[in-house]
Design a protein around this ligand. Structure first.
Ligand code: AP5
Length: 214
């Protein structure tokens, strides 16, 4: 099953994509995680995009397209995938159409106030795990349950950068809602509900997507 999760920063796309990955046994492809990994390893791409991410701006479409084409050509993507963070612009969405068929595009939505609260409380681990200082606490404060590493606040999770990311989302990504609505591919869900409820709703939507495909 080929799934796209759309939504503003902090709406819970990554949290849900990780649950879907375990449930459907298909890879969670987060373009943000891929870019952060390049930055950490100080690759040429990492050096090119480091400031863009820190400022909450988007990476150019041609760079993102070559990255996603490479990732989708890997063997694990052949049985399906969950795209989290791609596409983010109309040119990215149009190009994706040329590369793969999508079974479902789901908008996980949340309002700006909740987003700022969630993101400022998020604590991330280098292993990819994500926590929240109030709602998803690790067993030991500041330490990842999965790998024991220290948790950190992402560079782009500072309040002023979050506001910039919300502006960029409104300008460049929200037009994708109409794009996929016009193609009758979009389902919207409320990302403000508890994590388990959002996940139950997603599974329900996706079970229908599978039935419709068969
Ligand atoms: P990316 O990493 O994709 O960031 P984002 O889309 O802004 O999304 P986030 O990771 O901030 O949030 P999320 O929706 O995954 O929420 P999460 O589940 O963590 O991209 C980063 C940057 O990379 C971009 O700004 C851009 O510069 C660049 N980039 C990436 N892709 C690109 C592209 N295609 N084109 C151009 N540039 C690109 O949840 C947030 C917090 O809330 C967590 O603490 C979580 O524990 C908590 N939480 C989640 N759900 C719930 C719930 N239901 N109830 C309570 N708490 C919850």
């Amino acid at each position: 099953m080929n799934i796209v999760l759309l939504g503003p920063p902090g709406s819970g796309k990554g949290t849900q994509a990780k649950l879907l990955q375990d449930y459907y046994k298909i890879p969670h492809i987060s373009t943000g995680d891929i870019l952060r990994d390049h930055i950490k390893r100080e690759t040429p791409l990492g050096k090119q995009v480091k400031n863009l991410l820190a400022e909450g701006k988007y990476v150019p479409d041609d760079v993102m397209l070559s990255l996603i084409k490479d990732r989708l050509s890997q063997p694990d993507s052949k049985k399906g995938f969950i795209l989290d963070g791609f596409p983010r612009t109309i040119p990215q969405a149009e190009s994706l159409q040329q590369i793969v068929h999508l079974d479902s595009v789901i908008l996980v939505d949340a309002d700006a106030e909740l987003i700022v609260e969630r993101i400022s409380g998020r604590r991330t681990c280098a292993c990819g795990a994500s926590y929240h200082i109030e709602s998803i606490k690790p067993k030991k404060e500041g330490i990842c349950d999965k790998c024991g590493k220290e948790l950190y606040l992402r560079d782009d999770d500072k309040p002023e950068t979050v506001r910039k990311r919300l502006q960029v989302y409104a300008q460049q990504t929200s037009p994708l809602i109409q794009f996929y609505e016009n193609k009758k591919m979009l389902t919207k869900i409320d990302g403000t509900a508890p994590i388990d409820s959002v996940f139950a709703k997603l599974k329900h939507i996706l079970s229908h997507a599978v039935v419709n495909k068969e």
